[in-house]
Design a protein around this ligand. Sequence first.
Ligand code: TRP
Length: 356
Amino acid sequence: MSDSKPVILTCAQPTGVLTIGNYLGAIKNWATMLDDYECFFGVVDLHAITVKYTPAELRKNTLSCVAQYIACGLDPERSNIFIQSHVIGHTELAWLLSCITPIGDLQRMTQFKEKAAKLGFKVADEEDANGLRFSHEGARAQASVNSGLLMYPVLMAADILLYNADAVPVGNDQRQHLELCRDLAQRFNHTYSDTFTIPEPFIPKAGARVMSLQSPDRKMSKSDENQNATLYILDDPKVLKKKIMSAVTDSGSEIVAREDKPGVSNLLQIYSAMSGREIAEIEDALQGKGYGDLKKEVADAVISVLEPVQARYHELIADKAYLESVLKSGAEAAQKRAYKVLGKVYRKAGFVERPR
Ligand code: TRP
């Protein structure tokens, strides 16, 4: 891997099984990312403990997450896959950054407010431009939320800046966090002199937007209460088929992608993304057929793509030695870069150099 390529960093929390939305988004972007950038891919276990969790589950989910991404096509030969807690520097840099982060900025983060609200803290009815606003009562309750949840975006900023990443692929829900990261980098550079690259959002090529099978006006999501709404990459083929066959469709019987037909449009999107065929071509081929036929074909397309992914996943998860070797070389490459940046940061911040 040449050093002259720009650096992309992306991270994922080790939360359970990926959805087909994650799968389609990931494979689309990696094709270009792995060729044009030096890629660091982190599984952020330190972020995962900001909410209630079980240690044994975290360990299992972290390895499973690594295996799932590799099975989905993230090539360990062409990218550096590592576990966040394996690399010294993430929490160290987060501490330095926290010392230039106003508490108010963190309390204003939409995701913090949402997560705090989910923990049972009331929010006011009225909304501000950022989304939620806490009532007085809510604000007081917020004070009992663990401070790691508040610090989450600072740790995320550290993840990015520790590698002097040029670009970070982020979805809409993470844009505000990336903005904070850019602010912090600028503030640090301004306070101590030029140190950090200001990371740009990496805007992926518009991929398929996969919607819930049960309420196609919403994005397909891991956290959907209705588990029939979401297709997971490790779902048994029988389960995949059952979920697809019970997907919500629209009135009428025409198989076309149209605004007034969100259910059918979603199925066509999934079909097209999974098979690589154009939507118009699929519409033509299915003319005169019914929704049942469409669903059967969608199920076949999804299953034929996911079967080899699942086979690869099961192979990987059973081969601990291989996973460890991937994580070892990933962590080594990440650590090398991280130490360089952290050393520079420590010097600029005025710390005495460690005696050799
Ligand atoms: N907060 C991100 C998410 O929930 C995960 C994340 C942590 C991340 N650190 C990051 C993403 C650094 C990109 C870069 O999706």
